[in-house]
Write a new protein. Structure first.
Ligand code: SF4
Length: 446
């Protein structure tokens, strides 16, 4: 049962990793959907968008063929509106709260309409914003992910010079390196970053890592303010025997390798177990299948009612042929000649709720064995605790403590996105970057 690369033909890779979201096939079909919108007063869809995009307004603009205006309405609230239209869990955000759900009719396809407008803006390179006269102020941003780019764009519009320090070779953060390639293709991510920085006033320095190539003290000395948006990135370990065996990998690293390299070169097993049931677990499982794994099994210690991923993501995994075993917790990974051969799981049952109200899994004492040649761990991520502590930032288990506007305990240093919230959606990071930009601007002029 070997782990190997090059399992499929070039055509199969191309097909398996092409864009999963079908855009509208014509202007007319977009207009039909736009014209269904009731343009609700006090629209619930706006309230459930973390970036508060004025959804009825942009849909109205589409319905009157003002696509440029629609794109502006979206981007002014969320500069990554194009990417978010592909990766947001809309069934639990805007589309989930559309009033059509109450009428038991399909909700307005807000994400597809958003994509319709924003993609045209990107393709036609519409420059929808201009920069105010230079203020003479300079801000450093650590991390060219959604939080950093969002913060940079707002500040640049206000006439601030922004320099982003990014440890990777490309910008986009989680969008570029941490999400399944069939949701947002690497090409799309590159185009989105280029579109954002085409505003001007934003320089990205790649290969620059905080604590390695640069220090917070240096940035504070060289700039008028600093925004930290470096995310979370360390995979949580399972702390079970056998984790060191060949064939046991982190989901984050697995997805990163798919995103950063060539599909053909990413090795995958025949029989793969994926531990976890969040979005990263689903992305790892579906991509393992699309790389050519014969069997992929998701193992989760609770039930479907408690899973962190959405129903739509679960459906995606099922459609890709992934199997799901509920109420199972990994206990041990066994191997031969240093390579993984079995995953031993405890059968669980649900016990009392924890502080958050979710029922806790309890070991029944029964076990079962899965024959596998690859185990992908998607048990969450842990923050950069040491680096945060070394910079005297107030923190809670590595998560930077920041106010709603991003202010930290260090004057002039702001933070937002996953390094503060511990790992939420892309759209949450965009909003955090935007709020912090406004607070930084106020700080620079106070
Ligand atoms: Fe339109 Fe639905 Fe939002 Fe109402 S809730 S404004 S129908 S998208």
């Amino acid at each position: 049962m070997p782990i190997k690369s090059n399992r499929l033909t070039a055509e199969q890779y191309e097909q398996n990793f092409s864009d999963i979201h079908p855009p509208f096939d014509s202007r007319e079909s977009a207009l039909v959907e736009a014209n269904r919108c009731l343009f609700c007063y006090d629209a619930p869809c706006i309230k459930s968008c973390p970036t508060e995009i004025n959804i009825p307004k942009f849909i109205k603009q589409i319905s009157t063929d003002n696509v440029k205006g629609a794109a502006h309405t979206i981007f002014v609230a969320n500069i990554m509106g194009a990417g978010c239209s592909r990766v947001c869990p809309v069934e639990k955000l805007c589309e989930g709260s559309c009033v059509y759900n109450l009428l038991e009719e399909p909700p307005i396809p807000i994400a597809r309409l958003q994509r319709y407008a924003t993609e045209q803006a990107m393709e036609k390179k519409w420059q929808l914003f201009s920069r105010k006269p230079a203020t003479g102020k300079k801000v450093a941003i650590v991390g060219a992910g959604p939080a950093g780019l969002s913060c940079a764009h707002v500040l640049s519009r206000e006439g601030v010079e922004v320099t982003i320090y990014e440890k990777e070779k490309k910008g986009g953060g989680l969008m570029t390196y941490g999400i399944a390639a069939y949701k947002v293709t690497p090409r799309f991510c590159e185009d989105e970053v280029n579109y954002i920085i085409s505003l001007g006033g934003i320089t990205i320095k790649y290969g620059q890592e905080l604590g390695n190539n640069i220090t917070l003290a240096e940035l504070k000395a060289q700039y008028d303010a600093v925004f930290l948006g470096f995310g979370v990135g360390l995979a949580r370990q399972l702390q079970i025997p056998g984790e060191e065996l060949e064939g046991v990998v982190d989901a984050i690293r697995f997805i990163y390798n798919i995103r950063a390299g060539v599909y053909e070169e990413v090795p995958v097993g025949d029989k793969v177990a994926v531990i976890g049931m969040g979005m990263t677990a689903i992305d790892a499982a579906t991509q393992a299948k699309r790389l050519g794994a014969k069997e992929v099994t998701l193992v989760y210690r609770r039930t479907q009612a408690e899973m962190p991923c959405t129903e739509a993501e679960l459906d995606l995994a099922k459609l890709d042929g992934c199997r799901i075993i509920w109420l199972a917790a990994p206990a041990m990974i066994k191997g031969e000649a240093g390579k993984v051969t079995q995953l031993v799981c405890n059968l669980m049952q649900l016990g009392d709720p924890d502080a958050s109200g979710r029922r806790m899994p309890v070991d029944t004492g029964e076990k079962f064995i899965l024959e596998v040649d690859m185990v992908i761990k998607a048990a969450g991520q842990i923050p950069f605790e040491e680096m945060v502590a070394a910079n005297q930032l107030q923190q809670m288990q590595g998560r930077i403590i920041a106010e709603k506007n991003g202010a930290t305990n260090i004057p002039g240093v702001f933070a937002g996105g996953d390094c503060v919230n511990g790992g939420k959606e892309v759209v949450d990071a965009v909003q955090a970057g935007k709020l912090a930009a406004h607070a930084i601007f106020d700080y620079l002029h106070s």
